[in-house]
Write a protein that binds this ligand. Structure first.
Ligand code: TRP
Length: 477
């Protein structure tokens, strides 16, 4: 049977942008920006997106389009080594970890969307009265489990439809809807009193903060950039495996990165004016679940037409989250289809069943050895898996694919693709892995205990060792 492909060019861009645009943009991005120096941080972040994110996207695209298989088959066949194929299985596992917590959060959002919509027909949304208490009551346990299952079912339904009739069609509806609704909400929010103050807070150009905390800012900015661009889990490898040779990968990657940043900035333009208009201190609504489900939910309760605004807002978040969760589910599905010849529907059913269990554990959120499962999966586990996952992609492209990666990048692209190909490969093979190892060490808090320069030294040594170990006859130009 012929492998499915995207029907249209814009279909691929919207699907990949749909994967990128998600909870990361709406849930985290505005707060991370506001806390770290506003538009000055935005500049650093944009720099990282361009220097780390876009090359990283390109690395996954190159593997996917050349391999034309799930990450497992692509890494194995492009390298001719079963060990790399095993590493591909790592992405399948990462994807399952991701969707396990993502689907729980998606469930919360569905619930808030439903509650808000009830407000449209006259009922008072249940969370209006006491947002903090309400969220505490539904965030974990059977309530969370039920809505996790609902969100997962929606995700599975889209993936069930296949590449063209499920993912492509779905994201072609979802992405424009997200943009239009967000712009509408931002305009509405801009007319609130206090909007000017909010903009000053959100977009102030605070270079001093950035300069004073440059290395502290680098970590969060890089982590945010990887997560928000869906890098390091094989998503973009999988999506790119469904495209043809006739398009410019650098162009597509840039458009995706821009769309993704745009949605994050827009989300902030909605959130902060709302909070300011009610005199809520955004610093009190720290990034994380509390921000959306307590701070903002409380704001909706006090606004004119609050239920309507809340429905639109949580509607945006549902769509953004759904277009991301389908991209997570697609990884294990494509693995089962490509490697074991399973039918898509059967593969979707199997993977969904697995996530019913793994996500169910996150929804109930038991504590294991003093650590809450949800927090562990959503935080350190995913951070580590994604960073390691992207580092491997980069080393693979730089040292295993080498010249093949260059010709794949050039295929379908114009002069610009040709011009950036070699510098790109150098960045991907050497500079970025070292940078990632460094952020990985920061995640583990090792840099603090080791001191800055020793950490850099360790990062360089580890990077060099990895590079040396992966060297092949087709090595870096
Ligand atoms: N990028 C999405 C967000 O911002 C999340 C996401 C989807 C993701 N697919 C991924 C993150 C793969 C890492 C890897 O919410």
């Amino acid at each position: 049977m012929a492998r499915e492909t995207w029907a249209t060019r814009v279909g691929f861009i919207l699907a990949a942008a749909g994967s990128a645009v998600g909870l990361g943009n709406i849930w985290r991005f505005p707060w991370v920006t506001a806390e770290n120096g506003g538009s000055a941080f935005l500049a650093v972040y944009l720099g990282i997106v361009l220097v780390v994110g876009v090359p990283g996207l390109l690395a996954e695209f190159v593997i996917g389009r050349r391999g034309k298989q799930s990450p497992v088959g692509a890494l194995r066949d492009l390298s001719g080594s079963r060990t790399w194929g095993l590493w591909g299985v790592f992405y399948v596992i990462t994807a399952i970890a991701l969707i396990s917590f993502y689907s729980v959060v998606g469930g919360w959002i569905l619930r808030y969307f439903g509650e808000s919509a009830l407000g449209l027909v006259g009922a008072q949304p249940a969370y209006f009265a006491a947002p903090g208490q309400y969220f505490g009551g539904v965030a974990a346990g059977l309530d969370a489990l039920a809505f996790h299952l609902l969100f997962l079912a929606l995700t599975a339904l889209v993936v069930f439809g296949g590449v063209r009739r499920g993912i492509e069609l779905g994201t072609k509806v979802m992405m424009p809807a997200v943009l239009v609704l967000l712009i509408g909400l931002a305009v509405w929010a801009g007319a609130r009193s206090g909007a000017a103050e909010a903009y000053a807070f959100y977009l102030r150009f605070d270079v001093a903060t950035v300069r004073a905390n440059f290395f502290d800012v680098l970590g969060p900015a890089a982590g945010q950039a990887l997560f928000t661009l869906s890098l390091g889990a094989g998503t973009m490898i999988t999506y790119a495996s469904y495209i043809d040779e006739d398009r410019s990968l650098p162009f597509d990657a840039t458009v995706i990165a821009i769309l993704n940043t745009l949605v994050g900035v827009l989300a902030g333009l909605v959130v902060f004016p709302l909070l300011f208009s009610l005199g809520v201190d955004p610093a009190q609504t720290a990034p994380g679940p509390g921000a959306l489900f307590v701070g903002l939910a409380g704001a909706f309760a006090q606004l004119p037409a609050g239920a309507l605004v809340a429905t639109a807002f949580f509607g945006v978040v549902v769509l953004a989250a759904l277009s991301s969760s389908i991209s997570m589910l697609e990884i294990p599905v494509s693995f089962l289809v490509d490697e074991y010849g399973l039918g898509r529907r059967r593969a979707v059913a199997l993977v969904t069943l697995a996530v019913v269990v793994t996500g169910g554990v996150c929804a109930i959120n038991p504590t294991v050895g003093g650590t809450a499962v949800f927090g562990f999966v959503a935080g350190p586990l995913v951070d580590t898996l994604l960073t390691a996952g992207l580092a491997a992609v980069l080393l693979f492209v730089g040292w295993v694919m080498g010249h093949d990666a260059i010709s794949e990048l050039r295929a379908g692209g114009g002069d610009l693709s040709a011009a950036i190909a070699t510098p790109w490969l150098l960045a991907v093979g050497v500079v970025l892995p070292v940078f990632l190892v460094f952020t990985l060490l920061t995640t583990f808090g090792l840099s603090g205990s080791l001191g800055f320069w020793p950490t850099v030294l360790v990062a360089v040594l580890v990077g060099a060792a990895a590079v040396a170990g992966l060297r092949t006859e087709r090595a870096l130009v």
